[in-house]
Design a protein around this ligand. Sequence first.
Ligand code: DQA
Length: 149
Amino acid sequence: MPDSLRVLVVHGPNLNLLGTREPEIYGETTLPEIDDRLASEAKEWGAEVETFQSNHEGALVDRIQDASGWADGILINAGALTHTSVALRDVLAATDLPVVEVHLSNVHARESFRHHSYLSAVATGVIVGFGPDSYVLGLRGLLDSLTRG
Ligand code: DQA
């Protein structure tokens, strides 16, 4: 057990465009701003986050495989891959780490193809619809459950 809890934060395709991408849906907060908020929140818990964004499914799978060596939990917004990727679901299950799935938008209030997530069945919890706060709330939930054991 490391001295402090370590969380891998995974951002999927197109989340690097936050700030300019469909701001009426996703808001104007950028990904670096979200990552800064997560780093501050983690610090308050005496924890650490490592963040990773990719537009490539295989790169995300590689990073998640690697996490089983060092992370205590995973916070993930897989973007559109949420609704399509069995590979991401399988690698999250394979790590055997607690996973919290987050989405900025309320995917259930949007197009029907966004209503199903391949990831939710292997997640400890899911938070949707609170914009950038979804990430912070998800991280709190994950760290709280890890702290309580
Ligand atoms: C999203 C919702 C997904 O349906 C979409 O493809 C995204 C962002 C969200 O955070 O609201 O890229 O994951």
